[in-house]
Design a protein. Structure first.
Length: 322
């Protein structure tokens, strides 16, 4: 038994060393098919860990640890406002000390009069997680200043599917989520967001656009559901739904990314425990094997994972004398 464990550890270490070596070769060489993928950026992956009616913090921690094992950029958790469930911010504050690299993004609903309290709570999560917090903005889109957390401000995530969301995302967001059924639609929204970000005086590359999909990986034969157009998502009341297997999902994500439809994907499991495990052990492993997704975290903060510069404080001293 000990020999088997040693072999597994050696294989795991060998895969990690190869991942690091591949990344370094890509950066140094600056040419070839592998470096071309890195030059335009590997895809980003995030997952929702919402569980209907679950108040057990340990169950959310298990999902977060699974996502971290897969190297996902971050997980999202919706606020319980208007429904039965735990407070998203409280749950992720419980998850933060038990994780090391995974980004943690709760939905925090705040009215203008509560925005300071919400910012302070999010800054606390950023400190507890040592710079891994994000804020999925529902109402408030105010600029972070005052009590500056480790990242300058937590990563701001905005649903940019609708027009109002795109206006906010183009001006303020670090990550924009887009629900689209086709790669063409997702690409059109991404192009629009990047153009509007430039018009707002921001660099287009300061914004990451992720296509948001519901995923149901419960198909017994791991085949795409008939009628999905070769495994593509279909519209539902909750948003675009992909139903099939991990292999087909990996093909779909790779194709959309190659077509410039998105910088990555926000995947929301229909059955969190089952689908997230199949996502990590199946889809993510295949994407890593193809060199489309990283095999290690390149930094310690969520800004690092997303390849974003740490935001400067509005009142920071830039040099000179007064």
């Amino acid at each position: 038994m000990r020999c088997v464990r040693r072999r597994r550890v050696r294989r795991r270490c060998a895969r990690r060393r190869w991942g690091v070596l591949s990344w370094l070769l890509a950066v140094v060489a600056g040419r070839g098919p592998v470096s071309a993928r890195y030059a335009r950026g590997l895809l980003h992956l995030a997952a929702g860990i919402d569980q209907a009616g679950s108040f057990d913090a340990d169950s959310y921690l298990e999902l977060a640890l699974l996502a971290e094992r897969g190297g996902l950029d971050f997980v999202t958790l919706d606020d319980c406002c208007g429904r039965l469930g735990p407070d998203a911010l409280d749950v992720l504050c419980r998850v933060a000390p038990a994780t090391r690299r995974l980004g943690l993004v709760p939905t925090v609903t705040a009215t203008p009069t509560e925005s300071f309290r919400a910012r302070a709570a999010m800054a606390t999560l950023d400190w507890v997680s040592r710079g891994r917090a994000g804020w999925r903005i529902d109402v408030s889109a105010e600029v972070w200043d005052g009590w500056a957390p480790p990242q300058g401000h937590p990563v701001r995530v905005v649903d940019a599917t609708e027009e109002h969301g795109r206006t906010v995302a183009a001006r303020y967001a670090d990550v924009a989520l887009v629900r689209a059924v086709t790669a063409e639609r997702a690409a059109a929204v991404r192009d629009e967001l990047r153009a509007r970000a430039a018009e707002s005086g921001r660099g287009p590359d300061a914004l990451r656009v992720l296509a948001s999909l519901l995923i149901d990986l419960g198909a017994g034969e791991y085949a795409a559901e008939p009628g999905h157009g070769g495994g593509g998502p279909r519209p539902t009341a909750r948003g675009p739904l992909y139903r099939g297997g991990p292999v087909d999902l990996a093909e779909l994500l790779a194709a959309w990314h190659a077509d410039g439809a998105a910088d990555g994907f926000h995947l929301v499991p229909v059955e969190p425990r089952r689908d997230l495990e199949r996502l990590v052990n199946g889809t993510v492993a295949l994407l890593q094997h193809r060199g489309l997704f990283r095999t290690f975290y390149p930094g310690s903060t969520l800004h690092d994972h997303l390849g974003l510069a740490r935001p400067a404080h509005q009142y920071a001293v830039t040099g000179g004398t007064s």
